[in-house]
Design a protein around this ligand. Structure first.
Ligand code: TMP
Length: 213
């Protein structure tokens, strides 16, 4: 991976894995090193995609079928890539995204029951071969992650109120994606304290891009 090419980096993992904190850390480190950084989240990241986020995350589990969720996620994703991520990469900015297409594979596919071929076909239709350069799989036991979510005392969204098996399936799915695509994915032990996690992430950036932060 060349040092001067802008990088698209996604952060994936279960609930309470600390993605948002780590994106903030890495964003600050990159800006400090002189790079322009764009931070986005999915679903969301544009005013319209944030509206989609509201309707897909609110309400009760079962409001949408997994296939309907997939369609909503890709509608929001299409606009985010077209209007934010694509232009940012074009002008040489790094893009750090809180979740991306792997989330659809994991939540609507492996854990939700939509066939992986269907999701792959939709991805191809909407985004072609566009994918992150590096994906951090923030791995944590679902019990520990959910304990963090509950301690935040926010209103839980419909994905944070699923059965325990859903989160176990999601964790295994992330690990199998990481195993299948080791060049793109890096598994990070997200059960460590935030500083140790940040050190691991910076090391992966150095190993894969040659950029020392
Ligand atoms: P988050 O803010 O914790 O990332 O919440 C977003 C939720 O949306 C999370 O529970 C995972 C879910 N989600 C999907 O099910 N499919 C997707 O494609 C994306 C991007 C998120």
């Amino acid at each position: 991976m060349s040092q001067d090419k802008a990088k698209f980096i996604s952060f994936e993992g279960g609930e309470g894995a600390g993605k948002t904190t780590q994106i903030k850390f890495l964003g600050e480190a990159l800006r400090h090193a002189g790079y322009e950084v764009v931070i986005a989240r999915e679903p969301g990241g544009t005013p319209d995609a944030e509206l989609v986020r509201e309707i897909v995350l609110d309400g009760e589990p079962g409001r949408w079928t997994a296939k309907e969720e997939m369609l909503l996620m890709y509608t929001a994703r299409s606009q985010l890539v077209r209007t934010v991520i694509g232009p940012a990469l074009e002008r040489g900015a790094w893009v750090l995204c809180d979740r991306f297409a792997d989330s659809t594979m994991v939540y609507q596919g492996y854990a939700g029951g939509v066939s992986l071929e269907t999701i792959q076909a939709l991805h191809k239709l909407v985004l072609g071969d566009f994918n992150p350069d590096i994906t951090f799989i923030m791995d944590i036991a679902p019990d520990s992650g959910m304990a963090r979510v509950h301690s935040r005392a926010e209103v839980l969204n419909q994905f944070e109120r699923r059965e325990a098996k859903f989160y176990e399936d999601a964790r295994h799915a992330y690990l199998s994606i990481a195993k299948a695509e080791p060049e793109r994915c890096a598994i990070i032990n997200a059960a460590q304290d935030a500083t140790s996690v940040a050190v691991d992430i910076v090391q992966v950036i150095k190993d894969r891009t040659g950029i020392a932060l």
